[in-house]
Design a protein around this ligand. Structure first.
Ligand SMILES: Nc1ncnc2c1ncn2[C@@H]1O[C@H](COP(=O)(O)OP(=O)(O)OP(=O)(O)O)[C@@H](O)[C@H]1O
Ligand SMILES: [Mg+2]
Length: 248
């Protein structure tokens, strides 16, 4: 099997700072991988490079066998990569349902001019299906701004899902969530990972250990270690630079 996504020598400099340094990374279809590392290690920058939000200083990004390094963000999204960051993609004054529906509707519209457009009811059905999956179906008529922080973070994931990605990048999906909300989000990620390939950036080690097939550790932009949750848990260097103060 070929990897779905590969980065080759991926590097990003911000002035004199190398935020991502020569990273070689691969993920295979169906896997759930996590990227961990201290604050400022380059995790979010790595996601921004993959999603086309920023361009690398050096290196290459391959997705499904094609070079996407130079594609703009909208084209990367059309190829099938979606990102859920904080709650930045939510339209606060639209309802929960409208938020997901708009995302589903905006998908690939510019490219599929000649193909049969999906009907309004098909798109609405997809939106409702996603609301079921993210556990927000009962809030579908509520204004998004009125949701709790945890529910807004799950709505952000729903908006990403509505673009029908093959690869979903999740940046700290449980940051700021209560233990109960964190548990809901872990279950959601496990569900999603049954039908999607996922890369997760997360500081909570309980979440990382529970959902990951494989873990990559970044440190000052460089790849420090890679392996199974068990390998990473037992890696002396990883414990020293990152896990020392973290409960596992
Ligand atoms: N647009 C930018 N301009 C200059 N420096 C930046 C920019 N974006 C990120 N950096 C720097 O690059 C480094 C990596 O940042 P990044 O946000 O990728 O880290 P991170 O691993 O996501 O950290 P955190 O765990 O705190 O989210 C940091 O030193 C950061 O200050
Ligand atoms: Mg970050």
């Amino acid at each position: 099997m070929e990897p779905m996504l590969t980065t080759i020598g991926l590097t990003k400099n911000f002035g004199g700072l190398t935020a991502v340094n020569n990273v070689n990374f691969s993920i295979y279809p169906g896997d759930a991988q996590s990227i961990i590392g201290p604050n400022g290690a380059g995790k979010s920058t790595f996601f921004k490079l993959i999603s086309g939000e920023i361009k690398p200083s050096r290196g290459k990004i391959m997705f499904n066998g094609k070079d996407i390094t130079k594609l703009p963000q909208t084209k990367v999204s059309h190829r099938g990569i979606a990102v859920a960051y904080q709650i930045t993609n939510i339209f606060p004054l639209l309802t929960v349902f409208e938020n997901v529906r708009v995302a589903a509707q905006s998908r690939k519209t510019t490219f599929n001019f000649w193909s049969k457009a999906e009907s309004h009811s098909e798109i609405s059905d997809q939106a409702l299906h996603i609301l079921e999956e993210i556990g927000l179906i009962q809030f579908r008529h509520d204004i998004a701004a009125n949701l709790s922080h945890g529910d807004q973070k799950r709505l952000e994931i729903g908006i990403a899902l509505a673009t029908k990605p093959e690869l979903l990048l999740l940046d700290e999906p449980t940051a700021g969530l209560s233990p109960t909300e964190t548990r809901q989000t872990i279950e959601l990620i496990k569900n999603i990972s049954e039908h999607l390939t996922i890369i997760l950036v997360e500081h909570k080690m309980t979440v990382v250990m529970e959902v990951s097939d494989k873990i990559t550790v970044l440190h000052y932009g460089s790849l420090l270690a890679q392996g199974s949750p068990e390998d990473i848990r037992n890696n002396e260097e990883v414990r020293r630079v990152y896990l020392g103060g973290v409960k596992m």
